[in-house]
Design a protein around this ligand. Structure first.
Ligand SMILES: Cc1cc2nc3c(=O)[nH]c(=O)nc-3n(C[C@H](O)[C@H](O)[C@H](O)COP(=O)(O)OP(=O)(O)OC[C@H]3O[C@@H](n4cnc5c(N)ncnc54)[C@H](O)[C@@H]3O)c2cc1C
Length: 400
């Protein structure tokens, strides 16, 4: 679709990460009249991100590697990130007054380590005469010839172009649907999981680095690696979030749980057997504590009805096999996603109906999308915000 540069009066629905950045970039052009609608203050959705530190993006220049972190949107984002990836985003943020630094795990944060300071800095760029902010909820958007009519809970407005940036939980998908777009079912993603093995919740607070998880999506075997955490009512952490993202469209419950095999130790079966042989006079508790935290070992021994002070030499063959299995391939059974624990949503506006070079709708001229309202979601690490920044930037290139 050939873009005609005839838009002057532009509405942005949602002023979170993506909508806020579109607002800043467009209002730099004095020839445009920019209005953003949101129920909340601009950029306020950034406040809880990165545990209050705002994990803005991830330091990886290879776009092919970067997009592997998106269970939905991988192909679509190739062209978006090739145009405006993490490095250009950090340069833009520096120009906007938000300098960043890279952690050893490659996650990128503002040097202030503060979401609230980042919000204040970004909001200052919205203090321009051609930017209007309306704290109103958009209820409907209609296209009448070349105009868009926006209906809010307070009034009605007319615009030349509309950018929908309502995130994963807003009603942007309904607005897009009413304008003719196909919506991929919205599902929670990046959630903690409830498991059948409730006895393990006594390990609440215990975490493991770089745990490998194996599970099936349909008939396909999948593997994820990341840090793992036991809480008092769930399993959680980046490894579990990845599993939840991969299985966002899988159905599991108490009767039909999702089997996940976790590898809680770096040691192989052979290495563990060797240690048992070498330390046959020591107690099991002592021998196994080399391979995993002691309280984890004690819980596992208790679950297997094995006395922790038993000598390694007295371990029966079946007991040994069960313990080796538990340490190197621990089967847990997820029964539920923890309600309202999702960090993002899978699903949204069908990417087949959006031009990845412009972010314009292929169905409605003058209608654009950015951020999580699209059928895009990613693992933790700064990837979800990068989707918001990059798609927002691409939207802005249509108007400047
Ligand atoms: C607790 C938490 C921590 C997170 N941490 C990180 C992190 O560290 N790094 C990372 O990359 N991602 C993180 N994310 C995900 C990230 O915040 C989102 O992916 C990102 O904010 C999406 O940007 P967006 O602009 O699409 O939507 P949002 O930022 O959610 O903004 C949407 C805006 O639209 C408004 N809106 C919705 N409907 C309407 C309507 N009808 N009318 C008017 N306004 C409307 C909403 O009020 C909201 O302000 C986190 C998410 C959560 C919940």
């Amino acid at each position: 679709m050939e873009q005609e540069l005839t838009y002057h009066n532009i509405a942005i629905i949602g002023c979170g990460a993506a909508g806020g950045l579109v607002s800043i970039l467009l209002s730099k052009n004095p020839e445009l009249n920019v209005t953003a609608f949101d129920i909340k203050e601009p950029f306020s959705t950034l406040l809880p991100t990165g545990g209050g530190r705002c994990n803005l993006t991830y330091d990886e220049d290879d776009v092919r590697e970067f997009v592997k972190n998106y269970p939905r949107g991988e192909k679509f984002l190739m062209s978006v990130f090739s145009k405006f990836g993490q490095r250009k985003t950090r340069e833009l943020f520096k120009d906007l007054g938000v300098k960043t630094y890279v952690q050893p795990d490659k996650r990128v944060f503002p040097i202030t380590d503060s979401s609230s300071k980042t919000i204040l800095t970004l909001k200052r760029h919205l203090e321009t005469s051609n930017f209007n902010f309306k704290q109103e909820k958009v209820i409907d958007v209609l296209k009448k010839e070349n105009d868009f009519i926006i209906k809010t809970d307070k009034s009605e407005y007319k615009f030349d172009a509309v950018v929908i940036t309502t995130g994963g939980r807003g009603n942007g998908c309904n607005l897009a649907k009413n304008l003719g777009h196909n919506i991929i079912d919205i599902k929670p993603s990046l959630t903690a999981l409830d498991i059948k093995e409730k006895g393990l919740y006594s390990l609440s607070g215990m975490s493991f680095k770089n745990v490998e998880a194996q599970f099936k999506v349909g008939k396909k075997k999948q593997t994820c690696i990341g840090d793992f955490l036991f809480t008092h009512k769930s399993i959680s952490g980046p490894c579990v979030f990845k599993v939840s993202a991969q299985t966002a469209y899988e159905y599991f419950n108490e009767q039909h749980p999702l089997e996940i095999i976790f590898k809680f130790t770096d040691y192989s079966v052979e290495q563990i057997e060797e240690e048992i042989k070498k330390n046959s006079k020591k107690t099991l508790k002592n021998v196994f504590s080399k391979f995993a935290p002691e309280s984890f070992v004690l819980t596992v021994l208790k679950m297997s009805n094995i006395e922790p002070d038993k000598q390694a030499a007295q371990l029966k063959k079946t007991e040994k096999e069960a313990l080796l299995q538990t340490l190197t391939a621990f089967k847990l059974h997820a029964t539920n996603r923890i309600k309202d624990s999702e960090i993002v949503t899978a699903g949204g506006v069908d990417l087949n109906e959006v031009n990845s070079k412009t972010m314009e709708s292929k169905l409605v001229n003058g209608l654009f999308f950015a951020g999580e309202v699209l059928n895009v979601d990613a693992y933790t690490g700064g990837f979800n915000l990068q989707n918001a920044w990059s798609t927002a930037y691409v939207v802005s290139t249509n108007f400047n």
